[in-house]
Design a protein around this ligand. Structure first.
Ligand code: BG6
Length: 486
């Protein structure tokens, strides 16, 4: 039997001289190589617009991998791996260049139809359609092969209309099953762990619903501002950059029904049902379901407009109108230039009814820590030792990052491997995108016009605008991320 692990795999990265390739893709491929996970006949053709020799390119990659990898890099080991990498100069808009590419692909791979092609678009979204159309018109798509897949980075559109146009142009060339839309958050270790936690522990399954859970907080905060990405970010903002994709994906994974299997479509069908059940956002929600913030000094950032009203922080309250979650607020919070970088999902359970003891207990809290620490903490009410009946909170802590120091693979290792193995579970399907864009568009269209008044300032390095403190209005009335000791 032929398995994907034994076929001849040719990966082609468009954007080979770009940031993503240097920071993430090549370091991830190198780790996969070191652990023996790459297919035996793997090779990479890395495409850029600048002229470069293979040697120069390998040196650039080595320098970047040493800089961005969390693990120690052995130069010789890397250069041995780099023998599988070639550089190819191509102008993304020039059809002639794609004919040369086709010839090169034919020369490099045998005509054995067991060969396969993984096209990775690590380029500005403006090039997504032209590249895909040229893959078709040059005849590359028609090359005999076992499979051809397209991996595509975010942003996938700016709203539902532009995402639909983009999808139509790609779908003319690649069928949906071969399109792998990346959301690197979904591949983070602790997010993948949520399914294990929920579905493999009988203590959680029965209480994972509105009868026992008071609210859920999904928090993704960054310490850095927009840095060198002001040009992109100022036209995007936190709602599109983080909420439409990463935070809504975390919400769906936390809230979905148990899938009938862990197969890609079974899992994604359940996520789609969550997105379908999101309570729409309308003008009546502006005052109590949304806070937009902008950090001080944002408008002086490079390539940011001086009178920009782009939000660098979003807090929003979401309801899922289904049997399991009716009435449970899901608080989503993301912001740049905050006090600390942290991402976590906090489940706040309902307080128990202290019918036997006249004591003020606290709600149980389950924290799923995504980064920088990875782990799970469960907060319990326990008796304070002593002769008096007093309660205190105790933490049961699973510190994954302490146990597996630096061993947690980067999301891109998992995503690249899955794409090569044809497992699209962690990639976003088109109907998920449609529904998340539809939801975010409903917020955007409600906000537009009122942006100036809605935008709350906050200081760099703070916990966000002061309005945040009044936003959480149920249960223990607190943002749990603020209680963390960093
Ligand atoms: C990206 C956003 O998708 O995710 C960036 O475009 C953000 O603005 C980044 O900084 C955060 O990713 P991570 O993995 O560093 O938390």
């Amino acid at each position: 039997m032929i398995t994907d692990a034994t076929i001849q795999t040719q990966m082609i990265i468009f954007g080979g001289t770009g940031d993503l390739t240097h920071r993430k893709l090549v370091p991830a491929l190198f780790q996969l190589h070191l652990h023996g996970f790459l297919p035996k006949d793997f090779s990479l053709l890395s495409i850029g617009r600048r002229p470069k020799t293979h040697g120069e390119y390998h040196q650039d990659l080595l320098d970047a991998t040493k800089k961005f990898s969390t693990k120690a890099i052995d130069d010789q080991e890397f250069l041995d791996f780099a023998k599988a990498i070639s550089y190819f100069r191509l102008d993304f808009d020039n059809p002639e260049d794609y004919l040369r590419l086709k010839q090169t692909l034919e020369d490099r791979t045998s005509s054995d139809p067991e060969r396969s092609f993984l096209f990775y678009l690590a380029v500005s979204p403006d090039y997504f359609s032209p590249i895909v159309e040229n893959l078709e018109s040059s005849g590359i798509r028609a090359l005999p092969s076992l499979w051809q897949r397209l991996v595509i980075e975010k942003p996938f559109g700016q709203d539902l209309d532009s995402a639909t146009l983009l999808n139509e142009s790609i779908a003319r060339v690649f069928p949906e099953k071969d399109i792998y839309r990346i959301d690197h958050y979904v591949a983070k270790e602790m997010i993948q762990n949520i399914n294990m936690l929920r579905f493999q522990n009988t203590i959680f399954g029965p209480v994972w619903n509105r009868h026992h859970i008071d609210n859920v907080q999904i928090t993704v905060l960054e310490k850095e501002g927009v840095g060198t990405r002001g040009g992109y970010y100022d036209h995007t903002g936190a709602l599109r950059d983080m909420v439409q994709n990463h935070l809504l994906q975390l919400l769906a994974i936390t809230a979905m029904e148990p899938p009938v299997s862990l197969d890609a479509d079974d899992v994604r069908n359940e996520k789609v049902k969550v997105f379908e059940a999101l309570r729409p956002f309308g003008p009546e929600d502006l005052s109590h379901r949304l806070i937009l913030g902008q950090y001080s000094g944002y408008t002086q950032e490079d390539k940011v407009s001086e009178d920009s009203t782009t939000e660098t922080l979003v807090a929003t309250k979401i309801f899922i109108d289904n049997e399991r979650w009716q009435g449970v607020p899901f608080y989503l919070l993301t912001g740049k230039a905050m006090k600390n970088k942290t991402a976590q999902i906090t489940i706040e359970f309902r307080k128990s009814n202290p019918y036997t003891l006249d004591l003020d207990n606290q709600p149980n809290i389950l924290e799923i820590k995504i980064q920088p620490d990875e782990g799970i903490t469960l907060h319990l009410n326990v008796k304070k030792p002593g002769v008096m009946d007093q309660m205190t909170m105790a933490e049961m802590d699973y510190c994954q990052s302490c146990l597996y120091l630096f061993n947690s693979p980067d999301s891109y290792e998992k995503l690249l491997l899955d794409a090569m193995n044809g497992d699209s579970t962690l990639f976003t399907r088109w109907d998920e995108l449609q529904l998340t864009w539809k939801y975010v568009d409903s917020i955007q269209s409600t906000v537009n016009g009122d942006r100036n008044t809605l935008l709350k300032p906050y200081n760099v390095g703070s916990f966000g605008p002061e309005e945040l403190d009044r936003f959480v209005d149920s249960g223990a009335s607190t943002w749990w991320f603020q209680n963390r000791i960093y």
